[in-house]
Write a protein that binds this ligand. Structure first.
Ligand SMILES: [Zn+2]
Ligand SMILES: [Zn+2]
Length: 294
């Protein structure tokens, strides 16, 4: 089998899985009366839209997206952009250390718990112990493998040296534990990007949770950022936004170099203004007609 054929096969399997996870999540949330959490996710990828390049006339088929952060069908694009962003920040850091800070598993997950965890992270960076942390990124991650909620964070820290014993002591005191598991690794680009591309929780795990657990998780992260930068990177956020605009433009450009398309969708009159706005600015991978998905 050629590499290209293998890639298409892998993409096919990916979408098949994503479809199942999407359907599972929607029906589990419906089962506990949480249609409010389903929202636009219900109709995600429900229709296909033809984008026709105005210059060369070539067409591609894409699907409508809900862009909800936990949607299994939208997560691949969101995590790709997260990966792009991490790569961008990684390049600005001279002495990257990959730091993981964890807390003990808990039986419930609440907004307060997520908020307190984030506050503890901020306090950690401001401690005397961390005064050599010049800059970095942080991202939250959650797992639950039937032994309770495991909330932890991955940080990419620009620091020459981080003492893990001291870190463990400092972090434990901030989260009210007598002991805390932490890790400090040399921040090798690929390892870090691979670990962080998970985007808070894997769709396969999220869809596998019990109905009430999915709702509990979504409620606790509602309106909360799960990723950020600190130190000298804060002042450079507009540079990343510019880079993202360029990446999106590049991805939506036709092979012929044109980035203007006409849009045909039988359901166009049913779509709301936000959808139409998105379609006028298609963010599509060039040549990504396979399975008609983004
Ligand atoms: Zn074209
Ligand atoms: Zn979606």
């Amino acid at each position: 089998m050629t590499t290209r054929a293998q890639k298409h096969l892998a993409e096919g399997e990916f979408w098949e899985q994503a479809d199942i996870h999407h359907e599972t999540m929607v029906s589990k949330l419906d089962a506990v009366g949480r249609a409010d959490l389903v929202g636009r996710m219900r109709d995600c990828h429900s229709g296909q839209i033809v984008l026709k390049c105005v210059s060369c006339g070539s067409s591609r088929l894409v699907s409508n997206r809900c862009e909800k952060r936990w949607c299994p069908l939208c997560v691949s694009r969101l995590s790709r952009e997260r990966r792009d962003e991490l790569g961008f920040w990684f390049n600005t850091i001279k002495q990257p250390k990959h730091v993981v800070v964890t807390t003990r598993n808990t039986s419930s997950l609440t907004r307060e718990r997520v908020r307190d965890f984030r506050r503890a992270l901020t306090k950690l960076r401001r401690m005397k112990f961390a005064k050599n942390w010049k800059s970095g990124t942080w991202s939250l991650e959650v797992t639950n493998e039937s032994r309770g909620w495991h909330l932890h964070a991955h940080l990419l820290v620009n620091a020459r040296w981080i003492d893990s014993a001291e870190l463990s002591k400092a972090w434990a005191s901030l989260v009210g534990q007598d002991f805390a598991i932490v890790k400090v690794k040399d921040g090798r680009r690929e390892d870090y990007l691979r670990e962080l591309a998970k985007y808070v929780v894997k769709s396969s795990q999220l869809a596998g949770w019990k109905d009430l657990e999915i709702a509990e998780f979504m409620d606790s992260f509602h309106g909360t950022r799960s990723f950020g930068v600190f130190g000298s990177l804060v002042g450079q956020r507009s540079r990343w936004k510019q880079e993202l605009r360029e990446l999106r433009k590049k991805r939506s450009t036709c092979d012929c170099g044109c980035s203007k398309f006409t849009v045909t969708d039988s359901r166009i009159d049913e779509l709301d203004a936000r959808d139409r706005h998105r379609m006028n600015k298609p963010r599509v991978d060039s040549g990504c007609v396979v399975r008609g998905r983004l």
